[in-house]
Design a binder for this molecule. Structure first.
Ligand code: NDP
Ligand code: ZN
Ligand code: ZN
Length: 352
């Protein structure tokens, strides 16, 4: 039997804990698996919700991280899609059943047996908790790996596997096109990617923030309008608002910024105790507006998003950090005015 693979990373041990170096093992390389040497991992606000048990009781020790870019180190005996030295990426899930309706329709993220990259039992490996990308390596079934071109900048590609696909997918679902009027609510890691994709799809983009702090950056990135509060956006007559907001807010305020029949697409997922909800009576009174949620995207669409990003030179604004900085980064991301995306340099953090 093949041996388990030694690994190291940065784990949190309880919801009140701090990140610490953590040695562990990953499951052995299966016939269709690929061993990835992780170079960079983005820090998503979902990592914070999970690490602090804001959505449900987390599985500890937990190594978060689902914006992973690296290089293939070894391939299983029957893995055919990748070879040693290829640049590859992994996003928010690492396996699924491959047979159910969501899997066969390329929406693997909705598979009842989906294995999220962290804070989730690995249903295909004795339910051992899967460890995420704040680590030096990962073993993943080749069907859940995204191909990255050789000359692409890995540190900027990493965040595309969550922040990228999560914003690209609803913009496509809502058929954003030349002339669409799109609003971006919450202008952080996801929000600024939403702005860039919507512009590339031909939309006129408005950013709805919560202060003046990011006005200049939004306009510089190509936003036509910047509203420093949702009240200011009232009557903006938008076709679509993409909400990436991770804290409590009033949904009806955003409906007021939509045109008749406009859509509110929600990806931001605040803590469970303070989740916003729709007041049905107000929804009825607000002009046939549609509200829907969206969860990352399937593997096929993630590859499409990556190809689109590279074709249009769409990359996140990033700041590189090390594993020692994670606690401070989490503080910054929950106290306003953080840079758009922090990315952990795993090589610098953990060596090779
Ligand atoms: P960031 O922390 O990078 O950005 C959040 C942004 O929202 C910040 O710019 C912040 O503003 C702004 N914001 C916070 N509260 C409010 C508010 N009440 N009103 C207006 N703006 C606000 O987070 P991410 O972009 O990484 O993630 C955003 C959310 O999306 C999280 O809840 C995350 O879990 C979720 N998510 C969902 C996915 C899905 O598939 N559905 C996938 C990935 C993430 P400021 O600059 O002032 O701090
Ligand atoms: Zn994420
Ligand atoms: Zn399935």
């Amino acid at each position: 039997m093949a041996a388990r693979i030694p690994a190291k990373g940065f784990a949190i041990h309880s919801r009140e804990g701090k990140f610490q170096r953590h040695d562990f093992t990953r499951h052995a390389l299966g016939e269709k698996d690929v061993l990835i040497d992780i170079h960079y991992c983005g820090i998503c606000h979902s990592d914070i919700h999970s690490a602090y048990s804001e959505w449900h009781d987390g599985i500890y020790p937990m190594i978060p991280g689902h914006e992973i870019a690296g290089v293939v180190k070894e391939v299983g005996a029957h893995a055919r899609k990748f070879k040693v030295g290829d640049k590859v990426g992994v996003g928010c899930f690492v396996n699924s059943c491959k047979e159910c309706a969501p899997c066969t329709h390329h929406h693997e993220q909705f598979c009842p047996k989906v294995v999220f990259t962290y804070d989730c039992p690995d249903h295909f490996h004795n339910n051992e908790p899967h460890m995420g990308g704040y680590s030096n390596c990962m073993v993943v079934d080749e069907d859940y790996i995204i191909r990255i071109p050789h000359d692409a900048p890995l540190e900027k590609i990493a965040p595309l596997f969550c922040a990228g696909i999560t914003t690209y997918s609803p913009l496509k679902f809502s058929q954003v096109k030349e002339g669409s009027k799109v609003g971006i609510a919450g202008f952080g890691g996801l929000g600024h990617m939403g702005l860039k994709y919507a512009l590339a799809m031909g939309a006129q983009v408005s950013v709805i923030g919560r202060s003046e702090a990011k006005r200049e950056q939004a306009l510089k990135m190509g936003a036509k309008h910047y509203y420093s509060s949702v009240e200011d956006a009232k009557g903006a007559d938008l076709d679509l608002i993409l909400s990436t907001i991770p804290t409590p807010y009033n949904m009806t305020d955003y409906l007021d910024a939509l045109r008749y029949g406009g859509e509110l697409a929600i990806v931001g997922n605040p803590p469970k105790d303070v989740l916003p909800s729709v007041n049905v009576a107000e929804l009825i009174m607000h002009g046939n507006k549609k509200v829907y949620g969206s969860l990352i995207g399937g593997i096929e669409e993630t590859q499409e998003m990556l190809d689109f990003s590279i074709l249009h030179h769409i990359y996140p604004e990033i700041e590189l950090v090390t594993g020692e900085d994670i606690d401070q980064v989490y503080y910054n991301l929950t106290h306003s005015n953080a840079p758009f995306r922090y990315v952990i340099d795993m090589k610098k953090s953990l060596g090779s």
